[in-house]
Ligand binder design. Structure first.
Ligand SMILES: [Zn+2]
Ligand SMILES: [Zn+2]
Length: 366
């Protein structure tokens, strides 16, 4: 409130009057904007007015299938998890935020009691309450209530949209940490979709001297190139081309491939990553398209290629915000489409995101 200039007075006044609305996933292919009753504000919670919410592949997947793996949407659920907003109210125990602060929100609330949480790997918590992962509601809403410790104040030169991009960017940052990307690691990225691109931007920010990215789509590769890939390789979906493509990729790198990140998650992309990586290197499986894959694991094992996976991320928001503040990472070119928060626009935005093509990140401005 203390910071509230003229510009902030109006939304604050509206807050108490109109009903809080949210985009609910009510059935397959059906999103409805309906009232969303907020829980009471706990002492360590904050109430946030949402300003920017991005659409993720997982949101689209829930819309089309009503499930991801064993997470099944059984009751109407508020969608959305990539978000940033402005603090409206803070609980009595919240010391680091005040009303008017602009914040990026980390979506997952872990228990802080289990061995994973205590061991510092809270992303593996069995008791995780994650935005828009059933049965928990997401954040495509006028306002939400969230723990204050999961809200990170935006630096002055970082916009709310960029704040929302911290969520997908966190996947790239966590993958680079798990893959041990650094200043002496040449990096191969399989897949130039949204996650491949944020992983590429992260790898560069982590200091990777040379990055090669491979995809089946010419347009995606041109985007990757414009965002800083050193070389791109167009690959096919046919496994018959595997050996030839590995040679092309290695030639494009012009040196050892120290780390490969598979951001596509197909048997073929994972096989390429395993075979192309140098002995003693590391492969990180980032995109998980399929439950079971047939890959040349033994040939990777005898070359001591380490294979790691990721599940979401942990403790990434401060680093993401620092990358954005310092300009080490620019996520703005990834935001290709913008929509307002109305019934027709929500439907249209999800259609655009599902269609893919030239859409990388579709963003709501609320
Ligand atoms: Zn996401
Ligand atoms: Zn836990």
């Amino acid at each position: 409130m203390g910071k509230g200039g003229k510009g902030e007075a109006a939304p604050a006044a509206v807050a108490g009057e109109g009903e809080n609305m949210a985009a609910w996933l009510v059935a397959k292919d059906t999103l409805k904007i309906m009232p969303f009753k907020l829980p009471p504000l706990g002492p360590y919670d904050v109430r946030v007015r949402m300003k920017a919410v991005g659409i993720c592949g997982s949101d689209v997947h829930y819309l089309k299938e009503m499930r991801i793996a064993h997470f099944v949407v059984k009751e109407p659920m508020v969608i959305g998890h990539e978000c940033a907003g402005i603090i409206e109210e803070v609980g009595g125990g919240v010391k680091h935020l005040v009303a008017g602060d602009r914040v990026a929100l980390e979506p997952g609330i872990s228990c802080w009691r289990c061995r994973h949480c205590k061991g510092g790997r809270y992303n593996l918590c069995d008791d995780m309450k994650f935005f828009a992962t059933p049965p928990y509601h997401g954040s495509l809403a006028d306002q939400i209530v969230h723990p204050g410790d999961l809200c990170f104040k935006l630096p002055d030169n970082v916009s709310l949209e960029e704040g929302a991009m911290c969520e997908p960017l966190s996947v790239g940052v966590h993958a680079c940490r798990r893959a041990d990307v650094g200043a002496e690691k040449n990096v191969l990225i399989m897949g130039a979709g949204p996650i491949g691109l944020v992983t590429m931007l992260s790898a560069r920010a982590f200091g990777a001297p040379r990055i090669v990215i491979a995809d089946v789509d010419e347009h995606r590769l041109s985007v990757a190139k414009s965002l800083g890939a050193d070389a791109t390789v167009k690959v096919s979906t046919s496994t018959d081309d595997l050996a030839g493509e590995i040679e092309l990729i290695q030639a494009a790198m012009g040196g050892d491939i120290d780390v490969s990140l598979d951001c596509a998650g197909f048997s073929k992309t994972m096989s390429t990553a395993l075979e192309a990586t140098r002995p003693g290197g590391r492969v990180c499986l980032v995109g998980m398209g399929h439950n079971e894959m047939t890959v040349p694991l033994t040939s990777a094992a005898i070359r001591e290629v380490d294979v790691v996976g990721i599940f979401r991320y942990k403790d990434t928001w401060p680093l993401c915000l620092d990358f954005l503040r310092s300009g080490k990472i620019d996520v703005k070119p990834l935001i290709t489409h913008r929509f307002g928060f109305s019934q027709t626009e929500v439907e249209e935005a999800f259609e655009v995101s599902a269609r893919g093509r030239d859409a990388i990140k579709v963003m709501f401005n609320l």
